[in-house]
Write a protein that binds this ligand. Structure first.
Ligand code: NAD
Length: 241
């Protein structure tokens, strides 16, 4: 382990541009379930891929609204964990830096990251399907309609089958194509297009580091993989940088 930290330190010191990609795993130690863990209890008979789509919302607005309200209520009770704070420190220690997060929970911002793109949106923001109205945290227990066009108000997140926000994607590509070191943290490497980002960086010559509980689809391409809890590993790494 010590040798791995030492190698990362060497590459980090040389690096002009640092990119971090995070997924649901970074928030697991805060108590936010990953998709694999989320479908317990009340939700165990549902598949996220069948709830997190525009078609699912239109088919059963009440069900999808409740699922999002349940996740939002849960997220509002949790706090960033040492992994989030370590990434905020990494930003401060880097010459140039971008955090690309797939998470919608807002915990990276709360931990202090400023140079970040939320490529899948944010669960506390809502908008009308036609973008007439934007709002934060609607209190209603039931789905509501837009006062202007009458269509549904929906979470401002990117659902399966939807495009990512163009500006967030452009910024991500700019950094991924120029970075010298790329950290892939707590992501299973299954959801596209983010799953391709580590390989894109590697193809452009970046040193690729993965931190995850277990091997993923990305592991075959990394220069260094460290398996364990991201909060524990990142805290140790930061101490050594
Ligand atoms: P995923 O659920 O597919 O994978 C999570 C990964 O994190 C797994 O590889 C798992 O091994 C790893 N992991 C779990 N606990 C960990 C820990 N303590 N330390 C390090 N790694 C850990 O998540 P994904 O790759 O982000 O893709 C799923 C989609 O789900 C994304 O679009 C994301 O937006 C969404 N999602 C977001 C949240 C959130 O905002 N917190 C939560 C659930 C799902």
């Amino acid at each position: 382990m010590q040798e791995k930290f030492q190698k990362i330190k060497e590459k980090f010191i040389e690096a002009k541009v640092v990119v971090v990609l995070t997924g649901a795993g970074i928030s697991a130690e805060s108590g936010v379930p990953t998709f694999r863990d989320a479908m317990s209890g009340l939700w165990e008979k549902f598949n996220p891929q069948e709830l997190a789509t525009p078609q699912a919302f239109r088919r059963n607005p009440e069900l999808v609204w409740k699922w999002y309200k349940y996740r939002r209520d849960l997220i509002q009770k949790v706090k960033p964990n040492p992994g989030h704070y370590a990434i905020a420190t990494l930003e401060k220690l880097s010459k140039d830096f971008l955090l690309v997060t797939q998470n919608v929970d807002g915990l990276h911002k709360e931990a202090g990251n400023k140079k970040l793109v939320e490529i899948h949106g944010n669960i506390t923001r809502y908008r009308c399907f036609n973008n007439c109205i934007f709002m934060d945290n609607p209190k209603s227990e039931l789905p509501i309609r837009c006062e202007k066009c009458g269509d549904w108000i929906r979470p401002d997140v990117v659902w399966f089958g939807e495009n990512l926000p163009e500006d967030a994607l452009d910024k991500s590509f700019k950094y991924i194509n120029n970075c010298n070191i790329f950290f892939s943290i707590g992501t299973s490497g299954v959801v596209q297009p983010a799953a391709s980002f580590p390989l894109m960086a590697k193809e452009k010559g970046a040193f690729l580091v993965e931190i995850n509980l277990e091997p993923t689809l990305i592991s075959a391409y990394t220069d260094i993989s460290i398996y364990g809890k991201s909060g524990v590993i990142l805290s140790e790494l930061i101490k050594q940088l």
